[in-house]
Design a protein around this ligand. Structure first.
Ligand SMILES: Nc1ncnc2c1ncn2[C@@H]1O[C@H](COP(=O)(O)OP(=O)(O)OP(=O)(O)O)[C@@H](O)[C@H]1O
Length: 705
């Protein structure tokens, strides 16, 4: 229809003008920020302003794509453009040229429907390639509607979803759906667990939530946000999806990298990973750390050749006072200071006794000398702070000097070190884990075989040791105060094990052991946590089958749950296969509903072992030809991966474990039965089947006996 084409051309033209204005305005704003940044900070207020300017610069620089992606036309005749960052007009008072997607006024863009138009007449998605507007998708919101209109901006969404997958994760900021938006903007008090099946946008939601929280809660930038992902590859996503995040207040990490200066040094069996992830370790380690508090005894010191003894009674009191509510090293510091005081008192007392004895002797002599002379001497009065050096008693200053000398005395320090040594966290953990007798005392919930398994492990750290090490480090406390260093908050936070973050986001949260949850809880005293995951994709050794089982040991009842129910990745043709697989995995959940058809029926070829290699090669080549410009991936049982990789050097070949979180246009699942016999069983196959955005092929071998 020519009329439609003209209207479309007009719309493109009109939006191009806005987009051009927006890029110009962004340039101006960037220049202003650069100029402001040239001035060196003079004080703390200035320094905070500089930090916020840097953040603004980073936001502006990284908003190159998606600078403007939408428009809302209200029923009152006003309209607003939306984009990745807000762009105020030069005369700050009027409506911004572009509204930040995170601003409250932008919300109807993600939530308005014809049934609930929220004062809006039309929603427009503006598609751009670079700086060029290539399309607009309009959705009338004033035409009334029916129940069950599930998708927001359907045209733009389906367009985005059918785009080729290049291996890089795209941004979904323009097409976030209602149930996703509700989670992105949810309150951040207390733990929020988001359950979503494959392809429901859990990672998308988690990362956009970080951006939203930082925008809506400026204080968060000074506390930092920890984003925990399953792997380095996930962490790279952060830079791809929300590039501006990485530079300032966000610390990306995996559970294995959470303790600064410590890395995983070896693999471990699933049996050991499961055992060492149990929450019972928290009590075990607490009791073990407590056993390191020394048993009180009288302490003997030698100062300036003089012996001094602090009796058992005093030491017991000092130890008891020190340990209450403190970690072991803080208690030790408290105790040591207390002993320095006690020792100072003892020396002063000793000095006074000596003096008194000298005075008694002197008085005998003085009685024999002229009484008037003795009177004028006035030696019997203790003048405290001022007269000490005159009359032989110690002044406050003398006592302070004495205390300093005692605090720096090597022999005193030696006695205290012997009595209450400093503990290295790693050696302490090793001492416990490597000692069958200690394990039977402090971990009586382990049976003898389990103890032997743990005590027989080599010293280098495995992944499950990191969470145990973190718990031990917390119980011991730092040996000395740590200096905060680094220009950006993210650098300073990452360098400290004891940094208290304002919020923590966890992706693939179903994989966390109870001890890893403890490790996270320690880092966010406010418990402001967003955890996204799919309990049905659990791979970790603990194999939790419910969020209650996974979370309750650490958070009890104090957490909320939200569900994502729509699958944006995997097409309907494939998702219908997954219900049976999920049931075989023992899940009571339904797979998520697919949002679209791909038009490709999943296919299966049966081969004998001898034909496997050739069939896989052929299938991959055919898929690659069909999905040019996109991606093809192969998922196979672990035991076949090496051989397949040699045979297909140009294709990604992964075990089901490694494929979690990834997606390709086409996926070839090799030997699905073999995948179900791996430790993850049917859950592994569920992951494998849900990796494609368009086409699924399966190469099946004869059933095993
Ligand atoms: N609202 C959206 N708009 C556009 N694309 C989206 C949207 N939500 C999700 N997607 C896309 O769907 C795909 C799946 O998203 P994502 O990887 O976040 O899902 P997931 O739930 O983490 O999946 P998995 O459980 O398999 O790891 C990605 O390509 C993502 O970009």
């Amino acid at each position: 229809m020519p009329g439609t084409t003209t209207r479309q051309a007009d719309a493109l033209h009109q939006e191009q003008e806005t987009v051009d204005d927006a890029y110009l305005r962004r340039e101006e704003l960037l220049q202003e920020v650069e100029q402001d940044l040239e001035a060196a900070p003079r004080d703390a207020v200035e320094a905070a302003r500089i930090t916020s300017l840097r953040r603004r610069r980073s936001d502006l620089r990284h908003a190159e794509s998606g600078l403007v992606f939408g428009r809302l036309d209200a029923t009152d005749g006003t309209s607003r453009h939306l984009g990745r960052v807000g762009l105020p007009r030069a005369d700050d008072d009027s409506e911004p040229l572009v509204l930040d997607w995170r601003a409250p006024a932008a919300r109807p863009f993600y939530t308005a429907t014809p049934l609930d138009p929220q004062g809006q007449r039309r929603r427009r998605h503006i598609r751009t390639e670079g700086r060029r507007v290539v399309g607009v998708d309009d959705e009338p919101l004033d035409a009334g509607g029916s129940e069950g209109e599930e998708l927001v901006g359907e045209g733009a969404l389906l367009n985005a979803l059918s785009a080729r997958r290049t291996g890089k994760m795209g941004t979904a900021v323009a097409t976030l759906q209602r149930e996703q938006d509700a989670i992105v903007r949810a309150d951040s008090d207390g733990p929020l667990v988001v359950q979503g099946g494959p392809g429901t946008g859990k990672t998308v939601v988690a990362l956009h939530r970080v951006a939203y929280l930082l925008f809506s809660n400026p204080d968060l930038a000074s506390q930092g946000v920890l984003v925990l992902g399953p792997s380095r590859r996930f962490l790279d996503y952060i830079a791809q999806v929300l590039p501006a995040l990485g530079e300032t207040a966000v610390v990306p990490a995996t559970c294995d990298t959470l303790v600064p200066g410590v890395a995983v040094e070896r693999d471990e069996s699933r049996a050991l990973a499961e055992l060492k992830g149990r929450v019972s370790w928290q009590d075990t380690l607490t009791a073990y750390a407590h056993s390191l508090v020394p048993a009180p005894e009288a302490l003997h010191f030698l100062l300036d050749g003089e012996p001094h003894t602090l009796p058992l009674r005093q030491i017991r009191r000092a130890v008891d006072a020190a340990v209450s509510g403190r970690d072991l090293h803080a208690a030790r510091r408290w105790f040591v200071e207390n002993v320095h005081d006690l020792l100072t008192d003892a020396v002063v007392e000793h000095h006074d006794e000596l003096l008194a004895r000298v005075e008694e002797g002197l008085e005998d002599i003085l009685e024999r000398v002229d009484a008037s002379q003795a009177k004028s001497d006035d030696r019997g009065v203790h003048t405290g702070a001022t007269g000490g050096h005159v009359d032989g008693t110690l002044s406050d200053h003398d006592i302070e000097q004495l205390r300093i000398r005692i605090a720096n005395d090597r022999s005193v320090a030696g006695v205290l070190d012997d009595f209450w040594p400093l503990y290295d966290a790693r050696l302490t953990l090793r001492d416990l884990l490597g000692d069958d007798a200690a394990l039977s005392e402090f971990a009586d919930w382990l049976d003898p075989d389990q103890r032997a398994l743990i005590a027989g492990e080599p010293a280098p750290l495995a992944s499950s040791d990191i969470a145990l090490l973190d718990a031990v480090s917390e119980l011991l406390g730092p040996i000395a105060e740590i200096d905060d260093q680094g220009e950006f908050l993210a650098d300073r936070a990452a360098a400290r094990r004891d940094w208290a973050y304002g919020h923590v986001v966890v992706d693939e949260a179903q994989e966390l052991s109870a001890m890893q949850w403890q490790m996270i809880a320690r880092r966010v005293p406010s418990r402001s946590i967003t955890a996204v995951g799919d309990i049905d994709q659990t791979e970790a050794a603990h194999r939790h089958t419910s969020w209650e089982g996974a979370i309750a040991p650490v958070f009890g009842e104090r957490w909320r749950r939200s569900d994502l129910t729509i699958c944006y990745r995997t097409p309907r043709e494939v998702m219908v296969l997954t219900g049976a697989v999920l049931a075989k995995a023992g899940s009571h959940n339904e797979p998520p509903r697919a949002v679209r058809d791909s038009g490709f029926e999943p296919w299966t070829v049966q081969v004998r072992d001898a034909e496997l290699a050739a069939t896989v090669r052929e299938s991959v080549d055919a898929m690659a030809a069909r999905w040019q410009g996109g991606s093809v991936g192969v998922v196979a049982p672990q035991a076949r991966v090496t051989a397949l990789r040699e045979q297909l050097p140009d294709v990604v070949v992964l075990a089901a474990t490694e494929a979690k979180g990834l997606e390709w246009d086409a996926a070839l699942v090799v030997d699905p039965d073999g995948i179900t016999t791996e430790p993850r069983g049917w859950n592994g196959l569920y992951v494998a089947l849900t990796r494609c955005t368009q086409e699924l092929g399966q190469v099946v071998l004869p059933a095993r006996r």
